[in-house]
Design a protein around this ligand. Structure first.
Ligand code: ADP
Ligand code: TYD
Length: 221
């Protein structure tokens, strides 16, 4: 029997509330008897985690940044995501390529055409892949977008943790990142689930859980 894994990514500006809900979602899938691979980008493999450290903390030009992020993604896809999907796992990935278009493309103003080219190279579906893809490229089956006003995110993050190179950016940067996510969501509306992340933790969880119940992925309780 062909196994069909599920690839779900989580997106939004820093402080939107992704990390708050991913563990709960992993527990909900496990309670249904599913195997879960919980991972993140940049990162998810020893090499990609080293690249993450550089990208989050070392100064570099925009092309170097984009290349390192896609290099990390390639390693992650090859060693973690594709094998997990082939096993039939639910892959919960804290950020994926939409973040690159939002942060490097819209936020930093880096050339979207170059990002598209890198996406084509890095996410080409391997010949032996068992789970389906839309257009020959590996993309999440669903992307959960936590949409939040950057001014609210800044208040939530203030004092919550030591900021990295991205978290230290001003609200104007995150407005551009948010616009980048909106553009990606508009271009691929079927894939995106938009959550109103300004609501309480409980209300955000309900939006997320209900959506997955409606898809038949989780049960009501
Ligand atoms: N719905 C919410 N309302 C208020 N604060 C929240 C909410 N969701 C998360 N937070 C808090 O906001 C901060 C950022 O949340 P986090 O889940 O780490 O965001 P992200 O992973 O998207 O950067 C944390 O201190 C978290 O406890
Ligand atoms: C995946 C990805 C992340 N990023 C940035 C967004 C975040 O600021 C940072 C790390 O993401 P994240 O793991 O959400 O940060 P944290 O663990 O602090 O919640 O990397 C990019 O700029 N481009 C990318 O392609």
């Amino acid at each position: 029997m062909t196994k069909t894994g599920l690839f779900i990514s989580f997106e939004g500006i820093d402080g939107a509330g992704k990390s708050t809900h991913i563990d709960g979602l992993a527990a909900a899938f496990k309670a249904q008897g599913r195997q879960v691979t919980l991972t993140r980008e940049p990162g998810g493999t020893p090499l990609a985690e080293k690249l993450r450290e550089m990208v989050l903390h070392d100064a570099m030009d925009s092309l170097t940044e984009a290349l390192l992020i896609f290099a990390a993604r390639r390693d992650h896809l090859h060693h973690v995501i594709e094998p997990a999907l082939a096993r039939g796992d639910v892959v919960l990935c804290d950020r994926f390529t939409d973040a690159t278009f939002a942060y490097q493309g819209s936020g930093r103003g880096f050339d979207l055409g170059v990002l598209q080219q890198l996406e084509q190279w890095v996410q080409a579906i391997p010949a032996d892949a068992v789970s389906p893809s839309s257009n020959g490229l590996r993309q999440p089956d669903v992307t959960v977008w936590f949409e939040l006003d950057p001014a609210i995110a800044a208040v939530r993050l203030a004092g919550a943790r030591v900021p990295d190179r991205f978290e230290a950016q001003p609200v104007e940067f995150f407005q551009k990142v948010s616009d980048g996510y909106a553009a990606r969501a508009q271009a691929d509306a079927q894939r995106f689930v938009r959550l109103d992340a300004a609501q309480t933790r409980e209300a955000v969880w309900q939006q997320l859980h209900q959506n997955f119940v409606q898809r038949g992925w989780l049960s009501e309780t």
